[in-house]
Design a protein. Structure first.
Length: 390
């Protein structure tokens, strides 16, 4: 269902995207709207009146969660009559000429009106509790705001890793706190939906633009020392050669603009192109999105039934060599130079990676060097046997 049609029915501005909250009247119109139905037809529908009554009772009882704001409204001005005039009985052109009424317009008055607002997630929970199927327009509202109506756990794709070179893909220690780098999401869309990079980037940007007020809470910045932090509204993503920055270069608008300009011209987000300064532009690398939002918007990952999750076999224990190879790969992913020279002295940054692994630097270093020795030995050119001349 289109945003334009829903905005016409519910009475909100489509240029602002899907709102995070609607009034009960707007929610009512979305829930019982049908394509092409005139707005005037809502009031006479028995189904609308019944849902209106149920919602009103639920709001009063506190079952349907909502917030309340106040606004000032002007009372319709009225004319106050002081004298109705006197009929003098004088004849004038076949009629009677009397004095006109005397009065004045009252000054404008204002009254305070309370307005209730219902969030998409709260209305989705109320519909589910009352076993009411959301209408197509209501479902479109839920989807645009990434409202989760399925209690099953989301299992990320096999290539998803909790630890990346940019930091831990989590904003807390819960399942809802899992994140996915936007660069990895774009590459996943390119592979699964067989899209070029520009089309995959545009898909992500348009989803973020559907409801900017909601999307501002979906994005995070990965950090190497702590959990990911919400994307600040003033975070810069682009500075031109003169050091000037526009308002749409910051926060969510800056991320969308920079994704289109930077990734849209690449074969893939991680394929770097040297700019005028002859350096890599990595400003978007730590940008991440909530994993549940990525699933609801793009089907990233899959739902797992509790029974299937319990029946799943336990993962085999990691062997010593697997652990060593994995820790070496962590160093490679962090862009540390893992050459034969590193066997003498590992580069700076290994200590920080050891902290992320939760082990001492010495233990981490021994594992990395053991895996590096095997790697160097495998890649070392083997001598060829040459037959002696006759």
């Amino acid at each position: 269902m289109g945003l334009i049609e829903a905005a016409r029915l519910a009475g909100f501005r489509p240029e602002d995207g899907w709102p995070t909250t609607l009034t009960p009247e707007q929610v009512l119109r979305l829930q019982h709207a049908r394509l092409g139905m005139p707005v005037k037809d809502f009031n006479g529908s028995p189904a609308v009146r019944e849902l209106h009554t149920r919602m009103g009772l639920a709001i009063q009882a506190g079952v349907l969660k909502h917030t309340t704001t106040e606004r000032e409204e002007q009372v319709e001005p009225s004319r106050r009559i002081i004298s109705k005039g006197i009929d003098g009985g004088r004849s004038f052109l076949g009629g009677t000429l009397g004095s006109l009424p005397v009065g004045y317009m009252q000054p404008p008055k204002f009254k305070t009106v309370k307005v209730r607002h219902i969030a998409a997630a709260d209305f989705a929970a109320w519909l589910a509790a009352n076993v009411i199927e959301p209408s197509p327009y209501t479902s479109a509202w839920f989807k645009a705001l990434a409202v989760n109506t399925d209690p099953r756990r989301i299992e990320p794709p096999a290539q998803w890793k909790a630890q990346t070179a940019q930091g831990l893909q989590r904003c807390d220690d819960t399942d809802a706190g899992r994140l996915v780098r936007v660069a990895d999401l774009v590459q996943w869309l390119m592979k699964v939906r067989v899209l070029p990079c520009r089309a995959a980037v545009e898909l992500v940007c348009k989803a973020l633009e559907q409801s900017p007020s909601a999307a501002a809470g979906w994005l995070y910045l990965l950090t190497k020392a702590d959990y990911a932090q919400p994307l600040p509204a003033a975070h810069p993503f682009f500075v031109d050669t003169f050091g000037e920055m526009e308002e749409d270069d910051k926060g969510l608008p800056g991320a969308i603009k920079h994704m289109r300009q930077l990734w849209g011209s690449r074969q893939a987000p991680d394929v770097y192109v040297l700019g005028p300064a002859k350096r890599k532009d990595t400003s978007l690398d730590p940008l991440a999105m909530r994993l549940d939002v990525a699933h609801l918007l793009f089907d990233y990952g899959r739902r797992v039934d509790p029974a299937d999750q319990q029946a799943a076999p336990a993962a085999p224990a990691e062997s010593k060599e697997q652990r060593q190879d994995r820790r070496l790969q962590v160093c490679i992913d962090a862009n540390l130079p893992m050459t034969e020279r590193a066997l003498l002295r590992l580069p700076d940054g290994v200590g920080a990676l050891a902290e992320l692994e939760g082990v001492k630097r010495q233990t981490f270093t021994e594992d990395v060097k053991a895996a590096l020795r095997r790697k160097v030995e495998r890649e070392r050119p083997k001598p060829r046997l040459v037959k002696p001349p006759k």
